[in-house]
Design a protein around this ligand. Structure first.
Ligand SMILES: N[C@@H](CCC(=O)N[C@@H](CS)C(=O)NCC(=O)O)C(=O)O
Length: 233
C-alpha cells in the first residue's frame, strides 16, 4: 500500500501543511488506498520537506512529483478530459496557491507573534521538554530565512497581506459559482485548492488573509463541498 509520510493532523484538518493535505486529498479523489505511518520524520525525507511517499519501495518527494507519479502509475481519470487551455489554467492556479499565496500564509503563521503562538505549539505538540520549547524557535528562524530568501520577507506586513489578498481575490474570481476550479467536475487542481483554502479558512489563525477569504463566500462553500465529498468517510 502507498505510504504517505506527512505531519500529523492538526486543527481538525487532515494536515496543517497544505502540501501534505494536497497529496492526501488527491489520493482520496483518485480512490487510491494509502496509509500514513506514525512518527514521520522530516530528516528522512529525500528533499528535507514533507510530504513524501513510499510506494512498495519507490520513494517520491514533493507534492507535485508525487501526483505526477501517481497519475503515471495508477492512471489519470481526474484530468483525462482537460484541454490544453484547462491544463495551463490549472498550472497557473497551482502556482498562485503554492508559489505566491503560500508565502503570505507562512508569514501569518510563523512571523506574526499571534500566528506563531498557535502554530509553533501545534506543530511540535508531540515533543517533550526541552525540545518542545527549543524546536519552535529554531523552526521560526528557518522560516524567517526562507521568507527572506524567497523575497516575501523583505516586504512590509501591509504589502505582504495586500499581495496575498490579491491572490485570494483572483482565485475566488476564477472559481466563481462553479462547483470546482475547472467546472462542475473535480480535477486534480482541486486537491491544491481545497488544501490551501481549508488551511486558510479553518486553521485558527486570524490574519488579514483569513479575514479577506471569509468575505468571499464561494471559497467556504467550495471547501465544505470538498470536505463532504472526500473526507466525510
Ligand atoms: N514543493 C514542496 C513544498 C513542501 C513544503 O514546503 N513543505 C513544508 C511544510 S508546508 C515543509 O516540509 N517544511 C519544512 C522545512 O522547510 O524545513 C511540495 O510541493 O511538496
Amino acid at each position: 500500500m502507498i505510504k504517505l509520510y506527512q505531519f500529523p493532523p492538526a486543527f481538525g484538518l487532515p494536515n496543517m501543511s497544505p502540501f501534505c493535505m494536497k497529496v492526501e486529498t488527491y489520493l482520496r479523489m483518485a480512490g487510491l488506498a494509502y496509509e500514513c505511518p506514525r512518527g514521520a520524520d522530516l530528516t528522512k525525507s529525500p528533499k528535507g520537506k514533507m510530504p513524501y511517499i513510499d510506494d512498495n519501495g519507490t520513494v517520491v518527494a514533493d507534492s507535485t512529483f508525487i501526483i505526477d507519479y501517481l497519475k503515471a502509475t495508477y492512471g489519470d481519470k481526474l484530468d483525462v478530459k482537460l484541454s490544453a487551455r484547462e491544463r495551463a489554467l490549472s498550472l497557473t492556479i497551482q502556482r498562485t496557491f503554492e508559489e505566491s499565496l503560500y508565502w503570505a500564509a507562512v508569514y501569518s503563521r510563523w512571523i506574526e507573534d499571534a500566528g506563531f503562538a498557535i502554530v509553533g505549539e501545534a506543530a511540535f505538540a508531540r515533543l517533550k521538554f526541552p525540545m518542545r520549547q527549543l524546536v519552535p524557535v529554531i523552526a521560526r528562524r528557518i522560516m524567517r530565512k526562507q521568507l527572506h530568501g524567497q523575497g516575501t520577507g523583505r516586504h512590509s506586513r501591509d504589502e505582504i497581506y495586500a499581495m496575498g489578498s490579491r491572490d485570494i481575490s483572483a482565485l475566488a474570481e476564477l472559481l466563481g459559482e462553479q462547483a470546482h476550479f475547472l467546472g462542475d467536475e473535480p480535477t486534480s487542481i482541486d486537491a491544491t485548492g481545497y488544501a490551501f483554502l481549508a488551511n486558510l479558512l479553518w486553521a485558527p489563525i486570524d490574519s488579514p488573509l483569513r479575514a479577506h477569504a471569509q468575505k468571499l463566500p464561494n471559497l467556504e462553500a467550495y471547501c465544505q463541498r470538498m470536505k463532504v465529498r472526500y473526507f466525510s468517510a
